[in-house]
Design a protein around this ligand. Structure first.
Ligand SMILES: [Zn+2]
Length: 106
């Protein structure tokens, strides 16, 4: 999945190759062997989804605003619920998302 945006490293606008980085930055960090220090595309999408859901948007609206699919948003929500059950680390605000999903089922 390629998207356009601001490079996480230098702030230049362009096509983001991966991990929120434009091609020159992505290559520089890969060659230096420290690409792992930048979040993956999935982690970036998850971060965006958390922010949009926190505004009370439904999972469908969230998907459109984050450039992903409603199914991916539901997957992210499922993962967060697992974290709640497992008590594994910080959990994003889930009030909005849970309400949105229940609304969907009703
Ligand atoms: Zn950069």
């Amino acid at each position: 999945m390629s998207r356009y945006g601001e490079c996480a490293c230098c702030g230049r606008l362009g096509e983001l190759t991966g991990r929120g980085l434009v091609r020159p930055c992505h290559r520089r960090f890969r060659e230096a062997g420290v690409l792992d220090e930048w979040p993956t595309e999935w982690e970036l999408v998850e971060e965006d989804v958390a922010m949009v859901l926190a505004t009370g948007a439904s999972h469908r609206v969230t998907a459109v605003r984050c450039g992903t699919t409603p199914r991916q948003v539901l997957r992210i929500l499922a993962r967060w619920r697992l974290r709640v059950v497992d008590g594994d680390g910080p959990v994003p605000e889930v009030q909005g998302p849970v309400r949105a999903v229940r609304g969907e089922a009703a």
